[in-house]
Ligand binder design. Structure first.
Ligand code: NDP
Ligand code: HSE
Length: 433
C-alpha cells in the first residue's frame, strides 16, 4: 500500500515540502511503514521556474482534479491568503480528504467553519507550519503539555519582524533596508504589511490562545501593535538601559482574566528570549506542572516550514494507515468544549513602561512631566536625558514601575498637550516574565 497526497501551491513552502518528500523518501518510508507519494501539485502557472525540480507530469492547473482523485487521501494547501484557500480546504474536506495547511490567516478567519466541517466529515486537519515554521509548538501544546494549565505563553512568532529589529539594532540598518533583506530571504508574507503591522503575529496568537485555553478568539479580540513606528533611537536607548526590543505575542492567564496581545516590548538582556535573533522564533511557555519550557528554531523559510508540513503529512498518513482519524482534536480541546472566555481589555493590562518624551530643554520640564505621571500614580524607575538637539528639543527617556495601561494613556495624553512637549511621546512596554 502507498499513501498518495495532492499539494496545492509550489512556492516557498510548497517547494520545501516537495524537496523533503523527494530527498528523504526512503527515510520517511522507514518511519511511516509505506511509501508516501506526491500524486499531483496544483499551481497557477506551470511554466514558472521552481525552487525544486518536479516531473512535469505532476504539475496541474486543475485544482479540482486533486479533490476528484480517489487515490489522494491527503490534500496539502500551501497557497496562502483567504480565498480561494478557504474554498479549496472546504472542498478537500467535502471530498473526504484529510487536510494539511500552513495558512494561519485562513484558520484565524475561518477556523470555526473549517474545523466544524472536518469534524462532521470525520477527517483530520493539521497546521503545524502555521505557527513557528519548523518549531513544533502546535504539537507541544496539543500533545506534550496536554496535562498542564498554561499560565503564560510568550512568543517571538514573526521572523520578518525579529529579523528587522535585529538588523536595525545590531547593524544600524534602516527599517526599509532590513525589510528588503527579509523579503529577499523569502520569509516575509506576500503583503509584508501583515508582518510589520503585527497581523501575522496576531493570526498566530489567535491559534495559540485557542490551543492553550480552549477559547474561541477572533482577531478583533487581540490588541495588535506592529513595529512600523519603532525608531533606531529607541532601539539604542533600550540597549543602553540593558534591554533588547522584540515583537512579542503574549497570552496569559491572570487573576483578572485572560490576556492576548501583540506589541513590541523591551525585554531584559538576561531574558531567555533576548538571544533569539534574526528570523528565529521562540516560544516560552509556563505550565502549572511542567514549569518553564522553551522552544526555539526557524519560524519561516522553505526548508524549516517544509519540515513542519511533512511532519503533519506523516502524522495524518499514520492515521490513515491505522484507521484512527480524529484521535487528537485539532485545536487541542474537543470542539464541543471550546467556549468564548472574556479577554481582559488592553486598558486593564498592567506592565512596566519605557517612555521617550521630546521636550524643550528648559528648567522645570522634567518636574512638569513627572508631576503628571505622579498624579496618575505612575512611579518612575529611571530617567536619562542626553544631548541637545537642534531647535532645543531633547529626548528624555523614562522607565516606570508597574502601571495600568489606562493610567498611562491618560497621563500621556495630558503630557503630549503640554507646550514644552514637541512631539508625541514614544511608548514601549517592558516584559520581564
Ligand atoms: P508563495 O507565494 O511562495 O507560494 C504560493 C504558491 O501557491 C505558488 O506556487 C502559487 O502558484 C500557488 N497558488 C496561488 N494561488 C493559487 C491558485 N489559485 N491555484 C493554484 N495554485 C495557486 O507562498 P508561501 O509558500 O510563502 O506561503 C504559503 C503558505 O505558507 C501561506 O499560508 C503562508 O502564510 C504560509 N507560511 C509561509 C512561510 C514562509 O516562510 N514563506 C512560513 C510559514 C507559513 P504559482 O507559483 O504558479 O504562482
Ligand atoms: N511571514 C512570516 C514570518 C512567515 O515572517 O514569520 C512565517 O509564518
Amino acid at each position: 500500500m502507498s499513501i498518495y497526497i495532492g499539494i496545492i501551491g509550489l512556492g516557498t513552502v510548497g517547494s520545501g515540502t516537495v524537496k523533503i518528500l523527494f530527498e528523504n523518501q526512503k527515510l520517511i518510508q522507514k518511519r511511516l511503514g509505506c511509501p508516501l507519494l506526491v500524486k499531483k501539485i496544483a499551481v497557477r502557472d506551470p511554466n514558472l521556474p521552481r525552487l525544486v525540480e518536479v516531473p512535469e507530469t505532476l504539475l496541474t492547473t486543475d485544482v479540482e482534479s486533486i479533490f476528484r482523485d480517489p487515490e489522494i487521501k491527503i490534500v496539502v494547501e500551501l497557497i496562502g491568503g483567504l480565498e480561494p484557500a478557504r474554498t479549496f480546504i472546504l472542498k478537500a474536506i467535502e471530498a473526504g480528504k484529510h487536510v494539511v495547511t500552513a495558512n494561519k490567516a485562513v484558520l484565524a478567519e475561518f477556523g470555526k467553519e473549517i474545523f466544524r466541517a472536518a469534524r462532521e466529515k470525520g477527517v483530520d486537519i493539521a497546521f503545524e507550519a502555521a505557527v513557528g515554521g519548523g518549531v513544533p509548538i502546535i504539537k507541544t501544546l496539543k500533545e506534550s503539555l496536554v496535562g498542564n494549565r498554561i499560565k503564560a505563553l510568550t512568543g517571538i512568532v514573526n521572523g520578518t519582524c525579529n529579523y528587522i529589529l535585529t538588523r536595525m539594532t545590531e547593524e544600524g540598518l534602516s527599517f526599509a533596508e532590513a525589510l528588503k533583506e527579509a523579503q529577499e530571504a523569502g520569509f516575509a508574507e506576500a503583503d509584508p504589511s501583515l508582518d510589520i503591522d503585527g497581523l501575522d503575529a496576531a493570526h498566530k496568537l489567535a491559534l495559540l490562545t485557542t490551543l492553550a485555553y480552549g477559547t474561541e478568539i477572533t482577531l478583533e479580540d487581540i490588541y495588535v501593535e506592529g513595529i512600523r513606528e519603532i525608531e533606531p533611537l529607541d532601539l539604542s536607548f533600550a540597549r543602553e538601559l540593558g534591554f533588547v526590543t522584540k515583537l512579542l505575542a503574549i497570552c496569559k492567564d491572570t487573576e483578572e482574566g485572560l490576556e492576548a496581545r501583540v506589541h513590541p516590548a523591551l525585554i531584559p538582556e538576561a531574558h531567555v528570549l533576548a538571544s533569539v535573533r534574526m528570523a528565529y522564533n521562540a516560544f516560552y511557555i509556563k505550565g502549572d506542572a511542567v514549569g518553564d519550557v522553551l522552544l526555539y528554531g526557524l519560524g519561516a523559510g522553505q526548508m524549516p516550514t517544509g519540515s513542519a508540513v511533512v511532519s503533519d503529512i506523516v502524522d495524518l498518513a499514520r492515521n490513515v494507515l491505522s484507521g484512527a482519524s480524529l484521535r487528537v482534536p485539532p485545536l487541542s480541546f474537543q470542539l464541543s468544549d471550546l467556549q468564548r472566555l472574556p479577554l481582559k481589555p488592553m486598558e486593564e493590562v498592567v506592565s512596566r513602561y519605557y517612555f521617550r518624551f521630546a521636550a524643550v530643554d528648559r528648567p522645570g520640564v522634567l518636574s512638569k512631566i513627572a508631576g503628571i505621571l505622579g498624579e496618575n500614580e505612575i512611579s518612575i524607575a529611571a530617567v536619562i536625558q542626553k544631548g541637545r538637539e537642534i531647535g532645543g528639543s531633547v529626548p528624555i527617556v523614562m522607565l516606570t514601575h508597574e502601571a495600568r495601561e489606562k493610567a498611562v494613556r491618560r497621563a500621556l495624553s495630558a503630557i503630549d498637550e503640554l507646550r514644552i512637549v514637541t512631539a508625541p511621546t514614544k511608548i514601549l512596554r517592558i516584559e520581564e516574565g
